[in-house]
Design a protein around this ligand. Sequence first.
Ligand SMILES: NC(=O)c1ccc[n+]([C@@H]2O[C@H](COP(=O)([O-])OP(=O)(O)OC[C@H]3O[C@@H](n4cnc5c(N)ncnc54)[C@H](OP(=O)(O)O)[C@@H]3O)[C@@H](O)[C@H]2O)c1
Length: 322
Amino acid sequence: MKAAVAQTPDSSPEYTDFPDPSPHAGQRVVELVAAGVHQLVLARAAGKHYSSEGVYPLVPGVDGVGRAENGSLVYSVFSPAPHGTLAELITAPENAFELPQGADPLQVAAGVNPGIASWMPLVARQNETAELGTVVILGATGMAGLLAVQNALALGASRVVAVGRNEAQLARAVELGAATAVRLAGETKADAAAIADALGGTSPSTVLDFVWGPPAEAALAVFQGHGLASHGADISFVQIGSLAGETAAVPAQVLRSTNIRLRGSGFGAFSYEEFSRQVPRYIERIASGAVRVPYRSFRLAEIGEAWEAAKRGGDRVVVVPR
Ligand SMILES: NC(=O)c1ccc[n+]([C@@H]2O[C@H](COP(=O)([O-])OP(=O)(O)OC[C@H]3O[C@@H](n4cnc5c(N)ncnc54)[C@H](OP(=O)(O)O)[C@@H]3O)[C@@H](O)[C@H]2O)c1
């Protein structure tokens, strides 16, 4: 088959021949219809993600939509290396998620990964708290952040505060329903003051953090309390992505002075069973148009161009076989 193949962690994939995948027990081989080039795909191919398997040559790609022998369209996620989803043939579990009638397979391939990033922790938070209240989104300017704005509002958030550094994308977040946009200046004290100003003395129920590093440090500084008088907050700070830094300093006094819990969301933090319960719900949202996922499509043979476009960000890059 033809596939996008990365020879090393440092090289971009090239369009070439690669052995067909052989399905393991409980799997089948399906024809690729569309696969997204997500941040996770870039990070795993570069060996920089905690789930990277270190196997090269590698066909990158973590999920995608395929066409089964009976013609049905299925969404599949995580086939073991070296057979990722940027290939003419991909593996899918026998019980892969079937797409509803009329669903746009390219939007599904583009949207499940960035959309479920916030959907999982928001549903978990919804189960813990009577009201979602205010949701702060750090890194609201990326695809996952913009979908998070829509997801938070759909799940009942009363107010979304969008935080990021890209002005045009912040404007998009506001168009999608964010009440306030905070533009990061890259200086922790000033950024903390801007986030505090947007919150106006109220505390959010949830912070969805797609960037970590200095923006997370700025947000955490906002939640420093002043003793018992500060009691009453109930904040879940959810770490989801780390594009601004792999580490962030967490002041001890923030953890002691307010009711805040720091946790993460990703494969490993939630189980495959929990993920499997939410994926059909999310695919249904995309299929019904309740959430719209902007994408650009490239042919598999154009993988070099697609890879560079994905690195630059913007509308999600989706690869189709031809
Ligand atoms: N854990 C999960 O379940 C899960 C699922 C999906 C995605 N993720 C992660 O979530 C993150 C975002 O994914 P995505 O799909 O939204 O990516 P994306 O569409 O490529 O967007 C990335 C965004 O991050 C912003 N950014 C990068 N560096 C920044 C910095 N130093 N300060 C502020 N903003 C910065 C970019 O802003 P500029 O425009 O200003 O560059 C861009 O808006 C990634 O790390 C991804 O791996 C996690």
